[in-house]
Design a protein. Structure first.
Ligand SMILES: CC(C)[C@H](C(=O)O)[C@@H](O)C(=O)O
Ligand SMILES: CC(C)[C@H](C(=O)O)[C@@H](O)C(=O)O
Lengths: 348, 348
């Protein structure tokens, strides 16, 4: 593309710090590609909510839609009631823009310390469904605050929604050397949703006969993530299980400071969104302590999405080289220093 | 008690093997206490289902109710459709007998290898709610098998149900040296259920002012379980999150071969049930390979529950001593050998 029209939602806390570095690396990665980036900042998140009470207006959403992609830092601060910005902004973006593929790669880069004693080679990707499951907001409560309160949460799963994400996951598995897909669910308890997922995986497997499929209950999947993470290639799972598994996956591959994610609309009917898995980390915000690597790796995913795979590989290679040398470093660098170093490596 | 009237549901696969050893150790632990045990075997599980199509009849349930406690091995084989025995037998027992406290201790015994490089001292207990949440079976599906299928799962949470398990968890925390309770939920997304849990913990905290409370989202909790499990003392959480966290907790403390659990009815309106966390493991069944330790530790929990704490401590001490010496052992012992060794240690 000759231009990349990027919506930037830096957000709160360390969000602004890491996004600044992500953009620096992006600029460098686009150098010589013939693509120029134009960014629009969106003032969304806790700051805006405290000032105006707004989370995401129709106008915000319409403006964001006109962009090619979104780079998001992190949303939230402790002063905002739980759920307000998650439901009203972050999840609203994922749902409104139909980000049904929430892609979260986990790779243990050489030089990175895992909390596991013997992690082995870890290189898998979780395809987390992004628009259904218990995240739909179809819960409710009666007699709130009384001894007779009943609070329900409804997980909604549709053949339409499950099939499209399962097909995407199969296509990703088919394109990888090991060609292995693991469905994670809990179909022995959540029988209705679970059986829909299971039947769908079986059906779509017929279109991808060279992909090997297996199944794990979500509880067993957490065991394998710490005892044998190498067994995973592509995991496909629902929104909530994917949330849980990807934080655990990040932990075993060096922490959420390194975990990238992409909220993808594969049909390209709306811009996809790229964001680190970590949150706004108010405890370290404003101190230059945040690791921008997760954001930079999210930028690589963005480059892949907009059709610049060579630039994506260059960013990943810069991160890999940087991580390989961290163990030998004399001191911990600031957010800006890491960003600068990564940009320099991309510049080559 | 002068007698212990025990319902035994050995079940399938390795269930029968580990229960045999659990009973051997139980016998030994009761020696000299003045309590004699009387067991009734219940033929429940896959074998019965294949033969009769029955999971748990009203007569079975009524007969089980007349007992002081239940020792359960494991249920299921690959020939039974997923969900049939889970919903129709295992969860039916938990629900019908009002096992609202599903207690799962995690302790890294000296000598046991954790997959974590630096686990530290791990000694916490998960109080998993056992009668509500997404386990209630209130889901359903329409247009099954068509492109328009919708499959819902409903998580039901009541003030009554949450409060009683939270109070139990606080009482357990108050009785432990560290007096720390961590609520795990996902209240930023599951806002209705999550806020009920949160408000309840806040309210009950007033009755236990010396207990320190903190909160983690379930995704973050999985991170801490691998990066800093020592931070946990008592965790209270819902049925599904508890299922996931306790398998992970078992993994970091040496595997499900060591993980005990108790399904407790604290009001004693029905017998409580003691079972290893692991399943029937058809792959190793009948080979004497299963580790009966989880069952033996579940027997210790049973002894506590029926008011024989000295016997419970003796069983735990036997397990601890056995585990401490395993590293030095020349060969892997059979299920029966481990049972015999543990019984011998209890005999003293
Ligand atoms: C902040 C929260 C709503 C979000 C989620 O649960 O999806 C986060 O945990 C994530 O994984 O991106
Ligand atoms: C077998 C299954 C229904 C059960 C559960 O999910 O509770 C098991 O995983 C457990 O943890 O006891």
């Amino acid at each position: 593309p000759s231009s990349l029209n990027l919506a930037v939602v830096a957000g709160d806390g360390i969000g602004t710090e890491v996004v600044e570095q992500g953009l620096l690396v992006l600029d460098q990665a686009l150098h010589g590609t013939g693509t120029t980036v134009r960014t629009t900042d969106f003032d969304l998140g806790a700051r805006r909510w405290h000032a105006t009470g707004q989370t995401l207006t129709d106008e915000d959403l319409a403006a964001i839609r006109t962009h090619d992609a979104i780079l998001l830092g992190a949303i939230g601060d402790p002063g905002v009631p739980s759920g307000v910005l998650e439901r009203g902004l972050l999840l609203k973006l994922r749902f409104a823009l139909d980000h049904y593929v929430n892609l979260r790669p986990s790779r243990l880069f050489p030089g990175v310390r895992s909390p596991l004693a013997a992690p082995g080679d870890v290189d898998f990707v979780v395809v987390r469904e992004g628009t259904e499951g218990p995240y739909v907001g179809n819960g409710g409560a009666i007699r709130v605050g009384t001894p007779h309160e009943v609070a329900n949460e409804v997980s909604v799963n549709t053949a339409f929604g499950v099939e499209r994400v399962v097909r995407d996951a199969f296509a990703r598995a088919a394109a990888r050397p090991r060609k292995k897909l693991t469905l994670v669910h809990k179909h022995n308890v959540l029988v209705h949703a679970g059986h829909l997922w299971r039947r769908t995986v079986e059906a779509v497997n017929a279109e991808f006969p060279d992909v090997t499929v297996d199944y794990l209950h979500v509880d067993a999947a957490t065991i394998f993530l710490v005892t044998n993470p190498s067994r995973f290639d592509v995991i496909v799972t629902d929104n909530l299980f994917g949330d849980i598994l990807t934080d655990l996956a990040a932990a075993i591959t060096g922490g959420i400071g390194l975990a990238a994610s992409a909220n993808i609309n594969p049909d390209r009917t709306a811009p996809s969104m790229f964001e680190p898995v970590h949150g706004s980390a108010p405890d370290i915000a404003g101190q230059g302590k945040a690791d921008p690597t997760a954001t930079v790796l999210s930028v690589a995913m963005l480059l892949d999405h907009v059709g610049l795979p060579d630039s994506a590989r260059a960013v990943e290679a810069a991160v890999a080289a940087d991580l390989a040398e961290r163990g030998a470093a004399e001191r911990v660098r600031s957010t800006a220093e890491v960003g600068k170093d990564l940009a320099a490596r991309v510049a080559g």
